[in-house]
Design a protein around this ligand. Structure first.
Ligand code: ADE
Length: 225
């Protein structure tokens, strides 16, 4: 087992199908990853299984209570565990961060809901707060699934084709190049001649030019450093 993930959420059903599909399913079958989703409500002790309360100081929405989260994390964590909290005000997820996280042996991913969790959870339990982008989702469960997916890709042998990762790291500061497959002529739209030429140097040069042009147009910030 390369890495274990425990997802703590109020909506495990949102991602169970995702984890049972495609590469993540294969990674689990091959014993490279273990993914367990947990219903946070299972750690409540009151008869209404309450996980949220009104915020002290007033304001809109509800805040997730500390007790069930502390109980869950204290049960699941081990000495080497890293606890991540998914929140729009965390550090941005990137390939670089994913490559760091894949070095860990056990990640607990805590998904927030409502207006987030009680600050004492963030102060005492959480090692790293992670955002998957500058927008606000209805809860952090999808974000946790995104982290699991993009971290898993960096496990040696996970993709089956290590070349795709090597190419990706070479190109990490540029956007991708256009890909084509058969047929060479589809409704009059022809595949660029250079790709049919068999001239590998010319193809590499064309792809590089395409990458630079696209990056300049869509993500000039990537060319700044
Ligand atoms: N929860 C809500 N929005 C989020 C985001 N953008 N990233 C991570 N967790 C979130």
């Amino acid at each position: 087992m390369q890495i274990e993930f425990d997802i703590l959420t109020l909506f495990p059903e949102m991602v169970e199908g995702f984890f049972a599909s495609s590469m993540l399913a294969r990674g689990q079958k091959n014993g490279l990853i273990d993914i367990r989703t947990h219903q946070l409500r299972d750690w409540t002790t009151d008869k209404h299984n309450k996980t949220d309360e009104l915020p002290y100081g007033g304001g809109a929405g509800m805040v997730m209570k500390p007790e069930p989260i502390f109980a869950a994390v204290e049960q699941l964590r081990r000495p080497q565990t890293k606890v991540l909290y998914l929140a729009p005000d965390g550090v941005p997820l990137s390939s670089r961060l994913a490559r760091e996280l894949v070095q860990e042996e056990h990640l607990i991913l805590l998904s927030g809901h409502y207006e987030g969790v009680d600050q004492r959870v963030r102060d005492e339990l959480v090692d790293l707060e992670v955002s998957i982008g500058d927008y606000v989702l209805t809860n952090g469960t999808l974000a946790a699934a995104v982290v699991v997916d993009c971290v898993s890709r960096f496990i040696p042998g996970f993709l089956g084709d290590e070349k795709s990762l090597t190419e990706e790291s070479f190109m990490s500061t540029l956007l991708g190049f256009p890909q084509y497959t058969r047929p060479a002529d589809f409704r009059g739209m022809r595949v660029p001649e250079v790709l049919l030429s068999g001239d590998h140097a010319a193809i590499a040069k064309w792809r590089r030019e395409q990458q630079i042009a696209k990056t300049k147009q869509l993500r000039p910030d990537l060319l700044d450093h």
